[in-house]
Design a protein around this ligand. Structure first.
Ligand SMILES: *[C@@H]1O[C@H](CO)[C@@H](O)[C@H](O)[C@H]1NC(C)=O
Ligand SMILES: *[C@@H]1O[C@H](CO)[C@@H](O)[C@H](O)[C@H]1NC(C)=O
Ligand SMILES: [Cu+2]
Length: 341
């Protein structure tokens, strides 16, 4: 009897624990370094844990096309693509997405810092960045018709999610264009973070260093929907996250609460970088399949309308607990506990 009661209580508290992030005070924020400054042992351990995820079996049994644990992470981005690009969700969801990677890396024994890439140091000359070192980095620009990476830790590894909404095995691939990487320089970053509202910062970061950085790297066939198949994606997005935080830090009182925009793409606009809207995107990448739509979360969850609020619920479809936008506004708020150095 007592034992049953205890089990019920335990079950109730576990369910609660799964639904809500535990918020403890952030006493010692983990320091996230730029790849340039990361210790070599940490670099190697970080890369090895990424390889481990790319070669470990999937666990959830519900994400369409996912064969590996890495595929599940990529699938999450594919499933959410039409909610998290050119929308208010862009910065909070990608901050959460970095945290999901951090959790997954722990499964592969890595609990060190999540690196970012201070692209201002390599603007205009991306290809000579230490990020692409074959021994202590991600390997360089791809080779051959598919631009498959030809050196570094990800040679011959397969991602099964993408391109677009498809699930077809592809090599890890990228193509570096130095000229486009000019737009990730200090001047451009300063301009992107000079606005006074979230809307301004979001637009400027999104269509400035974010987009041009993606174009300069053309990861996974330059596909916005599944570019996270290349582990390098997370270094680029760490840089975006830092940019958002640097902008927030200029006026924390206001900016820890400033959120705006739609919670899913406006069908008339789609990805704003493709004038012509959803039609043009669909021509390039197709449309979400019925299997993908079946697991796609309601983009208005927690908002009660089409506009994003601090109560907006973000989901990782069971990899880690759901969180709200409010949970990720402060990188030292308790749910998150890190800083950029
Ligand atoms: C990658 O695969 C090719 C073809 O199977 C093989 O020749 C090559 O040795 C492999 N490279 C690595 C680093 O495993
Ligand atoms: C997580 O959020 C999604 C999308 O809002 C929702 O469908 C799902 O039920 C939530 N899961 C939990 C455990 O709350
Ligand atoms: Cu994205």
């Amino acid at each position: 009897m007592l034992r049953d009661l205890l089990l019920v209580l335990l079950a109730a508290s576990t369910a609660l624990g799964a639904a809500l992030p535990t918020t403890t005070a952030c006493i010692t924020p983990q320091k996230r370094p730029s790849w340039h400054d990361m210790r070599e042992t940490d670099k190697k351990a970080y890369l090895a844990a990424n390889v481990c995820l790319l070669t470990s079996p999937q666990k959830l049994n519900r994400l369409p096309g996912a064969k590996t644990r890495w595929d599940e992470l990529v699938s999450l981005h594919q499933i959410h693509a039409l909610q998290i690009h050119t929308t208010g969700q862009f910065l909070p969801y990608h901050r959460y997405y970095l945290n999901i990677l951090s959790f997954l890396l722990q499964e592969c024994g890595y609990s060190g810092p999540l690196p970012y890439w201070d692209e201002t140091r390599d603007a205009g000359k991306f290809s000579s960045s230490p990020v692409f070192d074959p021994a202590t980095g991600f390997g360089g620009s791809g080779k051959g018709p598919q631009n498959c990476v030809a050196d570094g830790p990800f040679v011959n590894l397969t991602v099964n999610i993408g391109p677009g909404f498809k699930s077809q095995p592809r090599c890890v691939n990228r193509r570096i264009t130095n000229a486009l990487s000019n737009q990730c320089g200090a001047t451009q970053v300063a301009a992107a973070t000079s606005g006074s509202t979230y809307t301004q910062a979001l637009d400027a970061i999104y269509s400035g260093p974010h987009l041009l950085g993606h174009m300069a790297l053309a990861m996974m066939d330059g596909d916005s929907i599944t570019s996270s198949g290349d582990p390098l994606f997370f270094l680029h997005h760490g840089f975006m996250d830092k940019m958002w935080w640097d902008w927030q830090s200029k006026d924390l009182t206001k900016r820890l609460k400033d959120i705006s925009g739609l919670n899913a793409q406006d069908p008339a606009v789609g990805f704003s970088e493709f004038p012509g809207g959803m039609e043009v995107e669909s021509a390039m990448w197709g449309k979400p399949t019925p299997e993908i739509l079946a697991v796609t979360p309601d983009p208005t969850s927690g908002d009660g309308g089409k506009t994003i609020t601090l109560g907006h619920v973000m989901s990782s479809l069971g990899i880690i607990p759901n969180v709200t936008v409010a949970d990720v506004m402060d990188i030292k708020g308790g749910y998150l506990c890190y800083e950029y150095v």
